[in-house]
Design a binder for this molecule. Structure first.
Ligand code: ADP
Ligand code: MG
Length: 261
């Protein structure tokens, strides 16, 4: 193995991501996310739902943001748009300086696979597959060579504190451990940007703290930009900034240390 490859695949897998991210940051001053007046309408006629009614928001590289708000307020819709899983009905979305609101589904998929890591409430791990293989899977799809895949997946699992559990299947892991596997998998494409929709929604409070501590660490020590949707204020308090939705609009946006009222 090349020495450089060993370094990248070793304990510094996330550090390599961070360096890539730092270079990207140096090359342009655009915010990571710049959303202007986006709307999202589902359905037509009588069944039409205005899920987002004109949302503008800017998020810089390296921020740790919590998206809050009651059920039905548009949080998941907003995350789907930010994550390039869907397109707005109107408005502009620039991701790392590139306008993405008018891209085709294939073009959006290409952006997702390189720039964004997703974490879901229900972990979405493959059940009959080890933690190691779950983390390797996105790299398999991306055409990464087997040896590099294996080394990088091992490094990421160590990074999230699962160095001793790599061969375990999801049903042999606790909820918090499964979510850590999902976070390692989300980082496997080298994305500098993690999006998590209710990542602690299926976890007890101790495991929630464990997962938010990990996000805090990845953000502070590795420069990963983190956006977490939650309706739980104690979960949101781990972030640096809280953005609150209601009825498809942002009703507040302030540093997490400040009172929301
Ligand atoms: P939250 O994540 O804050 O609970 P959502 O973004 O899921 O809110 O939903 C916002 C609104 O859009 C709700 O009224 C919801 O019923 C509606 N909605 C969400 N997804 C769809 C969809 N695929 N089709 C139709 N309506 C939807
Ligand atoms: Mg939701």
């Amino acid at each position: 193995m090349e020495q450089g490859e060993a370094r990248t695949a070793g304990t510094s897998a996330v550090a390599a991501t961070t360096m890539k991210h730092a270079r990207a940051k140096a090359s342009h001053e655009a915010p990571l996310i710049e959303v202007k007046d986006i709307t999202k309408v589902y359905g037509e006629g009588e069944s039409m739902v205005h899920a987002l009614r004109g949302v503008s928001l800017s998020i810089s590289h390296g921020e740790f943001v919590a998206i809050m708000g009651p059920s039905g307020s548009g949080k998941s819709t907003f995350m789907h748009l930010l994550g390039c899983l869907d397109r707005p009905t109107s408005g502009s979305y620039r991701l790392a300086g590139q306008e993405v609101s008018g891209l085709t589904r294939d073009e959006l998929a290409a952006i997702r696979s390189k720039q964004i890591g997703f974490v879901f409430q229900s972990f979405n791990l493959l059940a009959r597959t080890s933690a190691l293989e779950n983390v390797e899977l996105p790299m398999l799809y991306a055409g990464v060579a087997q040896k590099t895949r294996d080394e990088r997946a091992r490094a990421l699992l160590k990074q999230v504190g699962l160095g001793e559990r790599m061969d375990h299947r999801p049903n042999e892991l606790s909820g918090g451990q499964q979510q850590r596997v999902a976070i390692a998998r989300a980082l496997a494409n080298g994305a500098p940007f993690l999006m998590a929709d209710e990542p602690t929604g299926n976890l007890d409070s101790a495991s929630s703290v464990e997962i938010m501590t990990l996000f805090r660490h990845l953000n502070r020590d590795n420069g990963i930009t983190v956006i977490v949707v939650t309706h739980a204020p104690d979960v949101a308090s781990w972030s640096d900034r809280m953005v609150t939705f209601r009825d498809g609009l942002i009703i507040s946006d302030h540093p997490s240390g400040e009172a929301s009222q």
